[in-house]
Design a protein around this ligand. Sequence first.
Ligand code: BDP
Length: 334
Amino acid sequence: MGIGKTGRRAAIGTVVALALALPALSAAPAKAADWRAWNIHVEDYPVSHGMEAFMKDVTEKTDGRLTGKIFHAGVLGSQPDAIEQVRLGAIDFGVFSLGPMGQAVPETNVVSLPFIFKSIDQMYRLMDGEAGEAIGAGLEKKGIVALGWYDAGARSFYNSKKPINAPADVEGMKVRVMNNDLFVGMIESLGGNATPMAFAEVYQSLKTGVVDGAENNPPSYESTNHFEVAKFYSISEHLIIPECLCMSKKTWDGLSAEDQAVVKAAGKASADLQRKLWQEREAKSMEAVLAGGTQVNKIADKAPFQNAMSAVYDSFLEKNPDLTDLVNLIRNAE
Ligand code: BDP
């Protein structure tokens, strides 16, 4: 016995009902998002604690709809690769130093100019104001939404050979830098040989003499154990480069306005927490490296280092005339 008229109508009715239900289904709240986040640092690090606090806050405030896992210690790849992944939306968020971001987002280069900030407090003020807005707008054009500016202190030189007190001490030294032409120019202006290299490779390279030295803030110098293989730490504080809690614009655009507000507030709160944790960790890291045998010297006269950087500024402004105002905004700030 074939399907009767009534039966056929009922079957068609079911199909129609299903088809009608489809748009309604896709408009229904999406299932819980499960973000993937990239972090270069080990789990016990101010950046890592800031990121975890951010994710926890977002999950709580959205009643568990927005969740995510943070992959620490660079297991999702190197920083330059991860920046591209965030731009593509393959990684949802991460904390990035603005240093290696310069290759993709020209505006971020402004804070990679040596000695551009006069102090950490000044950096906070400018990043929480007009400079941060301009840099955030530059990031957004490249598919990245800045949710908060984290602190990474000031970077100083360390090496396995001798204390650095004057540019002449850097002459001929092989120094690892982050992936950005600006840092190559910076080392060359001091007479050294710059080697751009991934963060994860620095320990081994210092140990085997592939490079003589590198430069970083005390928590990174300590947490990576670089101090074990490069015991001269010379306080030059030549770079104050803030970091960004950055979300893929693809992820951001998929959020409701309400969720965007939650995410934004959580980003800001996590930056406040991270900055506090940073100050504490810096002091602890200095104690730890001193206890581990690091020989620390404070460079008494930074002027020769600052003067040597004029070539770096000139060539940067020549290549990026449209960033002159932003450079001046920071350089001339109180
Ligand atoms: C650390 C930054 C990290 C960089 C690293 C480096 O927090 O993002 O990757 O320096 O030197 O201070 O590569």
